[in-house]
Ligand binder design. Structure first.
Ligand code: SAM
Length: 237
């Protein structure tokens, strides 16, 4: 027995119940094409992709009680640390044909897979092979961005994300930051590191909407911070 229902608040996000177990899913923007071996389900002419929280920190954050999901149909997302596109592909499903995902990845080898498995089949994904520190070099990003999503496991990951926000985020846009505590400090407790990064974000002038201090059991040593721009920012830097 399976039941598929759209999320009450986020268009493009679905909950699937199979034999009493609940799964998160998105409607496949590229039907027939799977990205990371994820399970797919058919309902009529539509295909849904199960979104695995053990493979995607955004899905993990939702299972850990993310109170607000700023990415929805039509969103314009700047995604830092796209890797091979596991999470990017689900974000692409959600934003659909009226949205766009600018997917930044520094590694050429990894970016080739992102292009082959994801961007080639999804016209709403625009790959950018660049270090996210060099945000002024992206070139292809046009217009203002609704959400900066960052998952780059670098010691200066928060600074990199904030630099991208200053340059591209719309005045009331959101930053979704995955914090890998061990990339910042291997000795300190992850929660201490994540709280410190939260303070940096506040100092940069964003409001903290929610902090998820641990993504366990889905991922170890990671936190997730959702924040929002407070006021109009100068985007000329
Ligand atoms: N977000 C991906 C997902 O959920 O499918 C996983 C991201 S993986 C943890 C981190 C990625 O960030 C790696 O592919 C790495 O090459 C990339 N990365 C690390 N530093 C970067 C930087 N400075 N600029 C852009 N990408 C970077």
């Amino acid at each position: 027995m399976q039941e598929i229902t759209e999320d009450d608040e986020v268009k493009g996000l679905y909950w699937v119940t199979i034999n009493g177990r609940r799964f998160l899913a998105t409607k496949n923007f590229a039907p027939g094409i799977s990205v990371y071996g994820e399970r797919t389900l058919k309902r009529g002419s539509e295909e849904y992709r199960i979104w695995d929280p053990y493979r995607s920190k955004l899905a993990a954050a939702m299972f850990k009680g993310l109170s607000f999901m700023p990415i929805g149909e039509g969103s314009r997302v700047l995604y830092l640390g796209a890797s091979t596109g596991t999470t990017v592909s689900h974000v692409s499903d959600i934003v659909g044909s009226s949205g766009v995902v600018f997917a930044v990845e520094v590694s050429h080898r990894v970016a080739r897979e992102l292009v082959e498995h994801v961007a080639k089949h999804r016209r709403n994904v625009i790959p950018i092979v660049e270090d996210a520190r060099n945000y002024s070099k992206y070139g292809v990003v046009y217009g203002k961005i609704d959400v900066v999503y960052s998952d780059i496991a670098q010691p200066d990951q928060t600074e990199i994300a904030l630099g991208n926000c200053r340059r591209y985020l719309s005045p009331r846009g959101y930053l979704m930051l995955v914090v890998k505590s061990r990339s910042i400090d291997v000795v300190k407790e992850p929660e201490v590191v994540i709280r410190a990064e939260q303070e940096r974000i506040k100092e940069a002038g964003l409001d903290i909407v929610q902090s998820i201090l641990s993504l366990e059991p889905y991922d170890r040593d990671h936190g997730f911070i959702l924040s929002r721009m407070q006021t109009t920012k100068d985007s000329s830097s």
